[in-house]
Design a protein around this ligand. Structure first.
Ligand code: NAD
Length: 278
C-alpha cells in the first residue's frame, strides 16, 4: 500500500485543546507534521503550541462559526502554504445527560451545532485545500453512531450523521487522489466522558447496566492518537479504537435489536432514566 507520509504535511485539528485532539496533535507533530491547533479554549492550545515548539500554529476559533473557520484556513495557508489533512474532531456532550423530553432546547441544538454542523463547517472550509493537495479528511464519529443514544440523543444522532457524512465524502472523493475516513472511538478518559465514569451517578450506573465491562473500560487518548496517525498514513476508511468494538460495529443490526429490546424491558434502566429526568 502507498503510505501517505506525514513528514512536513500540514494537519489542522479541531478540538486540539484537550483529550483526543491534543493527543493527536502531539502524535502528528512527533512524525514530522506541521500542526494547526484550533479550539475555543485559547490557553490550552497556546500551552500545547509552546510545548510542541516549531511547526505549530494555535488558532482560537469555534467550529460553529463559518467566518472563524474561513479565517483559520486562511491563516494556516498563509503560515504553512496549505492544508493536507483536516481532523474534524471538536465535540461536546449533553451535560448532564438527560432525555429528549427533559432537555432544554438550547442544549439540544448546541450539541448538534458543534458535533454535526461543526464537522460539516470545518470540512467545507478545508476541502478546497485537501482536494488541491490530494490530502485526507478525518471526521470524529463515535461508537454512538451505532449504539443506542439513550439520555444523549443529540450527541448520538450527530455522531450517526458524522459517520454518514464521512462515508459519503469518501465515496465522492474516490478516484480524485484525496480521501476521507471516519474515526470511531470507544470510551476514552477525557473531559467529555466524565459523566459516564463517576461524574454523574445515574449515567455511571446506566453504563454499568447496559454494557459489559470489556466494552466500557476507557482507554487513554494517546492510544486513539496512535491509531489516528496510522489510519491517516494508510488513508483508512474506518479507524475503530479500541478494536474490541469492531465486531459490534460489523454486527450492529443484530446487536441493535438486542440492546433496544433490553432498553425496552429492563425496569432498572427505566427507573434510572426517570431519575435522570428529575
Ligand atoms: N472521550 C470519549 O469517550 C469519546 C468517545 C467517542 C467519541 N469522542 C469524540 O472525540 C472528540 C474529542 O473529544 P474528547 O474526548 O477529546 O473530549 P474533550 O472534551 O477532551 O475535547 C473536546 C475539545 O473540543 C473543544 N471544543 C468544544 N466546542 C468547540 C467549538 N465550538 N469549537 C472548537 N473547539 C471546541 C473543547 O474545548 C475541547 O478541547 C469529540 O468529537 C467526541 O465526541 C469521544
Amino acid at each position: 500500500m502507498n503510505m501517505f507520509h506525514l513528514q512536513d504535511k500540514v494537519v489542522l485539528i479541531t478540538g486540539a485543546g484537550g483529550g483526543i485532539g491534543a493527543a493527536t496533535a502531539r502524535a502528528m507533530h512527533a512524525v514530522g507534521a506541521k500542526v494547526v491547533l484550533l479550539d475555543v479554549t485559547e490557553n490550552a492550545i497556546q500551552e500545547l503550541a509552546t510545548e510542541l515548539g516549531p511547526r505549530t500554529l494555535a488558532i482560537f476559533a469555534s467550529v460553529t462559526s463559518r467566518e472563524d473557520l474561513d479565517r483559520a484556513v486562511a491563516r494556516a495557508v498563509e503560515t504553512f502554504g496549505g492544508i493536507d489533512v483536516v481532523f474534524a474532531n471538536a465535540g461536546i456532550a449533553c451535560d448532564p445527560p438527560t432525555t429528549i423530553r427533559n432537555m432544554d432546547e438550547a442544549t439540544f441544538e448546541r450539541v448538534v451545532e458543534v458535533d454535526l454542523l461543526g464537522v460539516w463547517r470545518t470540512v467545507r472550509a478545508c476541502l478546497p485545500q485537501i482536494c488541491a493537495r490530494n490530502g485526507h479528511v478525518l471526521v470524529t464519529s463515535s461508537v454512538y453512531a451505532f449504539v443506542n443514544g439513550v439520555v444523549n440523543a443529540p450527541y448520538a444522532m450527530s455522531k450517526a450523521g458524522v459517520e454518514m457524512f464521512g462515508r459519503s465524502l469518501r465515496a465522492e472523493l474516490a478516484g480524485t487522489g484525496a480521501t476521507a475516513g471516519v474515526l470511531y472511538p470507544g470510551w476514552v478518559s477525557t473531559a467529555i466522558a466524565k459523566s459516564a465514569f463517576g461524574g454523574n451517578a445515574e449515567a455511571t450506573e446506566l453504563v454499568k447496566l447496559a454494557y459489559p465491562s470489556v466494552l466500557r473500560a476507557p482507554i487513554q487518548p494517546a492510544r486513539i492518537a496512535e491509531a489516528v496517525v496510522k489510519g491517516v498514513q494508510t488513508r483508512s476508511a474506518r479507524i475503530n479504537c479500541p478494536r474490541r468494538w469492531i465486531p459490534i460495529s460489523i454486527l450492529r443490526g443484530i446487536f441493535n435489536l438486542l440492546t433496544d429490546l433490553t432498553l425496552d424491558r429492563d425496569k432498572r434502566i427505566h427507573a434510572l432514566i426517570r431519575k435522570m429526568e428529575k
